[in-house]
Design a protein around this ligand. Structure first.
Ligand code: ADP
Ligand code: MG
Length: 739
């Protein structure tokens, strides 16, 4: 960094505060999204017209003493700060109400941009409470900063002067700055300009035909145009190219990772049909279901069947909305493994869910048998085992030996499945439910189980499921190393859950009345207590207190149970079992019920302080009711009508489609939450937006696929390989500047 003129130790420290430690960091410190000062549209002070909105670039020439408000109560007048701002054409009054701090922010000599409406006051024009962008603080222009002549300086402020100062006719970028940093956009702009001048031409890793074929500008132009566009029109093509690069690097990494997994894979070619013309286990399973599969379920099973029959291990993500029937699809995949003499495993994120899957899968496969030459009949019942941290030592030993000798066909459990002692005779298919609760490492660990302790086994086929749909393009970024199947159809006859945002006391009252009337009709209700950030204990207390309160008030006379994270596993299971069999009418719970809980008789859900939950979580919670044939209701209790909360609650009221809600969520919250841990350091998406740049995501994916298909080792694309290492491995290299 110190190679840049005027960047001494102080400036380096200031840049470091913005996370800028290298020239690469500097040129990828982009102007704030869409923020440029368009010098071609500045209005000279002399031509300001009352009634207009205008941008003025000027220096503060006078600051009046802030006047505190006078009067009292509602008639109290606001505190005022008055400034005088001048440009070459004249000067204008600027007034701020209730922003006394502006006097400190804008001392005499400050150069700033003011944008606001022009009014008149006592005959002269004035700008009323404009927005402000400080370009140069007062005193010493925008010099190189005090103390910059310290060690490490390679030449002081020699003739760069004030650098590019915004002026009429130029477009000037506005950079993200921290509150504390003394840096200004002007100064960053100057450092960037010097970096760009020195770099000259950037190597472009994208082959010309690919670039032009996709309507992208070259990289040198992109870096220059984003930092110093000649006109505002130049900025967007630059942003698009650089945003594409961000997405492309991610996709390339994902595609290569998938490729690598397949390279040294030892997959199993599962048999999905029998040579002897007899019907398969899966066919018997489907025939025994009490319902017809939906078209989407059939299609998912067909695609999965092809994966299973193929030589490469499956890595597939199955997305489906709450209640779309993913479990049946997963069980069919497990049975394909069993049919071929292998075993299946199903891993769930919580004990409640694992135990419920245990119950559900056992009843689904009830009556199915597998060949066993050791028995008289030549077959034995299919055996499903459940392994959680609650499994007793004795049971556990039996299960472990059954897994090792192959007499356990399907293992269901929590991450207890991943412990070292668990060895399969031959793990053929592994399913992970609610993928978002597990990390990539756990996916890999489960896969390892196929290879066995001696590493000589085969790689199981892997199916991951998520009940929290995410938009397709977002999924491409987050789960891009997986193939994807979507179940976009609910079983027939499901009535949408009637959802109401209960704001007024009367609406809230109606919600409790519904709980009571459903309970009296023999059905059941959930009450979800407010989310308490980071404290399971406080949540537990609030569940107990709320259950007691309700028992003495709105729900007096009903049988009320509780469920929260502080209960022991045994207590949790007892509580769930009691609710399931109808021993209690109402279950007051925390979000532990969010995932997977399946009680068909539950028809009402009341969510207290619903504004504290996110869209996806509310949708998940709502998915716990309406799973049977009866009408169901969900009440979102909240009196918060702040715009953001209102947007969420109204979205829930207006839609029961998880994919549509996921789009709304993405739009409201931005990509940060979806990307989560993916956002770290250089591989961040700084310019790319998952919502507005959907086309770029798809384009990046396609280009990555084509490139890897034609050149799996990227040997003909050395620059690209280098770049990937730089951005993904976070190692330092200045190769970008090779031209
Ligand atoms: P999810 O996708 O949320 O995991 P589940 O697999 O738990 O959904 O299925 C929800 C409920 O719907 C279960 O009770 C299941 O037995 C039932 N179900 C699944 N497929 C069908 C179908 N095709 N027709 C009717 N009911 C179905
Ligand atoms: Mg499920």
């Amino acid at each position: 960094m110190s190679v840049l003129r005027g960047v001494g130790s102080t400036a380096q420290r200031e840049l470091a505060e913005l996370g800028i430690g290298s020239v690469l960091d500097l040129i990828t410190h982009y102007p704030r999204q869409g923020r440029y000062i368009d010098g071609t549209r500045l209005v000279p002070v002399a031509s300001l017209t009352p009634g207009d909105k205008a941008s003025v670039l000027g220096r503060v020439t006078r600051v009046g003493r802030p006047s505190s408000g006078y009067g009292r109560g509602r008639r109290r007048s606001p505190a005022r700060v008055e400034l005088e701002v001048a440009d070459a054409s004249g000067c204008v009054q600027v007034v701020f109400f209730n922003q006394v701090w502006r006097a400190k922010q804008l001392p005499v000599g400050t150069l700033a941009l003011f944008f606001g409406s022009v009014g008149t006051y006592r005959g002269s024009r004035q700008l009323n409470s404009p927005t402000v962008e400080v370009l140069q603080p007062a005193g010493g222009g925008d010099g190189t900063g005090e103390g910059d002549s310290g060690e490490g300086d390679t030449g002081a402020d020699d003739g760069i002067g004030d650098g590019p100062v915004p002026s009429a006719g130029r477009v000037f970028p506005v950079y993200p700055l921290t509150e504390r940093a003394k840096l200004t956009s002007t100064r960053i702009s100057r450092y960037v300009a010097e970096s760009l001048d020195r770099a000259g031409t950037f190597a472009d890793p994208l082959p010309d035909p690919v670039r032009t074929g996709n309507g992208l500008i070259d990289r040198t132009a992109a870096f220059n145009q984003i930092h110093r566009p000649a006109s505002l029109d130049e900025a967007e093509p630059a942003r698009r190219r650089l945003a594409f690069d961000e997405l492309f690097r991610l996709q390339l990494d994902l595609v290569l990772r998938r490729e690598r997994l397949q390279e040294d894979a030892r997959g199993i070619r599962h048999r999905t049909a029998r040579g002897d013309g007899q019907i398969t286990l899966v066919e018997r399973f489907i025939a025994g279901l009490g319902f017809e599969l939906t078209g989407a379920q059939r299609q998912a099973m067909a695609v999965i069947g092809e994966d299973l029959a193929g030589p490469l291990p499956m890595h597939r993500l199955l997305q489906g909305d709450v209640g779309s029937g993913k479990t049946v699809v997963a069980v069919a995949a497990l049975l394909v493994a069993v049919e071929g003499g292998h075993q299946g495993a199903l891993m769930a994120p919580t004990e409640v869910l694992a135990e419920q899957h245990g119950t559900a899968v056992r009843s689904l496969v009830d009556g199915l048998s597998v060949p066993d030459p050791a028995t008289l009949a030549g077959e034995r019942p299919l055996r499903v085992a459940l392994l959680t941290s609650r499994t007793t030592a004795g049971e556990r030993a039996t299960i472990l030996s059954g897994l090792a000798d192959g007499s356990v066909d399907v293992l269901i459990g929590t991450h207890a499945l991943l412990t070292d002692q668990v060895t399969f005779r031959s793990l053929g298919v592994a399913v992970i439910d609610e993928q978002h609760r597990f990390g990539v490492e756990q996916r890999a660990a489960l896969r390892e189980k196929g290879r066995g302790a001696d590493g000589r086994g085969q790689d199981p086929d892997l199916l991951v499921m998520t009940a929290t749909p995410i938009p397709r393009t977002a999924a491409m970024v987050v789960f891009g190393d997986l193939d994807m199947t979507i179940i976009d159809e609910l079983p027939p006859g499901r009535l949408p859950v009637t959802t109401q945002w209960a704001r007024t006391p009367r609406q809230v009252d109606a919600a409790w009345k519904r709980v009571r009337s459903e309970a009296e009709a023999g059905r059941r209700a959930f009450v979800v207590c407010p989310l308490v950030e980071g404290s399971e204990r406080v949540e537990a207390t609030s569940v107990v207190a709320e259950a007691e309160r309700l028992a003495g008030a709105e729900l007096a006379g009903l049988r009320i149970g509780i469920l929260h994270g502080q209960l022991s596993s045994a207590e949790k299971e007892r509580s769930m079992a009691e609710f399931r069999r109808g021993g209690v009418d109402v279950l007051v719970a925390t979000t532990v019920i969010e995932v997977g809980v399946d009680v068909p008789e539950a028809t009402v859900m009341v969510i207290e302080d619903a504004d504290r939950f996110g869209i996806a979580q509310l949708h998940q919670l709502r998915g716990r009711v309406g799973r049977g044939r009866d009408r169901a209701w969900c009440y979102l209790l909240s009196s918060n009508d702040a715009p953001e909360a209102a947007a969420r609650l109204s979205a829930l009221e207006g839609s029961v489609d998880g994919f549509a809600l996921a789009e709304v969520d993405l739009e409201l919250r931005g990509e940060g939450t979806i990307l989560g841990s993916r956002q770290k350091g250089r591989s961040d998406l700084r310019l790319a937006k998952l919502v507005s740049d959907r086309d770029l995501v798809v384009m990046a994916r396609e280009v990555a696929e084509q490139m890897v298909a034609g050149d799996p080792g990227l040997v003909q694309h050395e620059l690209l390989a280098d770049e990937l290492r730089l951005f993904i491995d976070e190692t330092e290299a200045e190769f970008l500047f090779k031209s």
